[in-house]
Design a protein around this ligand. Sequence first.
Ligand code: AMP
Ligand code: MG
Length: 404
Amino acid sequence: MLTFDEYQQRVIAAVRPLPPRSVAATDATGLLGLVTAEPLRSRVPLPGFTNSAMDGYAVLAADIRGAAADSPVSLPVTGDIPAGDTRSLRLEPGTCWRIMTGAPLPDGADAVVQVELTDGGTDTVAIREAVDAGCAIRHRGEDLEPGDEVLPAGTLLLPRHVPALLSAGVQEISVIPRPRVAIVSTGDELVEPGQQPGHGQVVDSNGPMLAALATECGFEVVAVRRVGDTGDEVREVLTELAAAADVIVTSGGVSAGAFEPLKLAFEGSGSFDFVKVAMQPGKPQGFGNLDGTAVFALPGNPVSSLVSFLVFVAPATRVLAGRDPQLATVGARVAEHWVSPPGRQQFARVIFDENGSVVRPIGGQGSHVLGGLAGSQALAIVPADTTEVAVGEALQVIPLEGLA
Ligand code: AMP
Ligand code: MG
């Protein structure tokens, strides 16, 4: 039997980031969740032109040096400069332009007086306060100069990066592509979701659940299939999928029964390992390499499948995506006692108490209990040597929301 850490390290060490690909930088939403493979440098200065930071009046600061509430300075207003004005304009000393936020500053002006410090006039304006040269001006290139690094290599692209990405003047960006994941459910007992299961049959819920997990983790699901319990069928379908996927995730068919199709297909093939891991749930695990595609053979009980996906498939596939392997964990205290099997690291389904820092167990911890799974909010990680999880104990938990 392997410890949990030994097996997790083994699957993480078996994979490498996918080769980078150049994609259109303008597809900002399509890039979200991808990791940059090279630094992004601005091609242009930002701002691209010197402009006003306020709605107000572009002036020469020297012209309004003496302005005060009891002795305002009046200036003739040459005209309006709205945002988007593409004219090249000049300010003559002793005059001003009414100017809007983001509009280009006329040549010769060195300050903007915000409208609140004036009477808002359109022919002439009375200015009630002096400002310093440079006031309310955003200078060309003050944010970024051409060649400045906007995003380092290895950046996970998030909504906050979109403005810099779209404004940097680059057409293409090199990113690690989204790992392509194929899902295969095994079991002669499975019927398609939506069909009425007969006696002895169950709905294939793992396939859609694993597809949903992969999607939530930011991977691309390229196939969701169902196969029966023969080694030949499993080998045939997996070989076909290996050509189109970076990762294949199967569920079922890896434990100790008489008809375990993953084992029938690949045990002893040299490129697959079927092991027992000291964890609960999820003890039987298989991992292999099929024509360069990583294959995770997860146990079939839905809870075991979900836990195995989160602690093995997600970390390894995040490595393919150029990311840190581990999903986020948070610390929490135990509010209600539960038991954990000796010698096995437990992933217990728990819910948070109101303040989010305290957890209690939910439902039975049997790996077939779907009601408890649906109600759970996190997996509490109980070390292998703990058998009684005591009230007040501090644990790490993996929240089940927001896996991206
Ligand atoms: P196995 O790992 O194939 O021995 O399956 C263990 C348990 O999980 C059995 O009760 C199966 O019926 C159930 N199971 C396996 N695959 C699925 C699936 N895709 N959806 C729902 N239950 C499944
Ligand atoms: Mg089975």
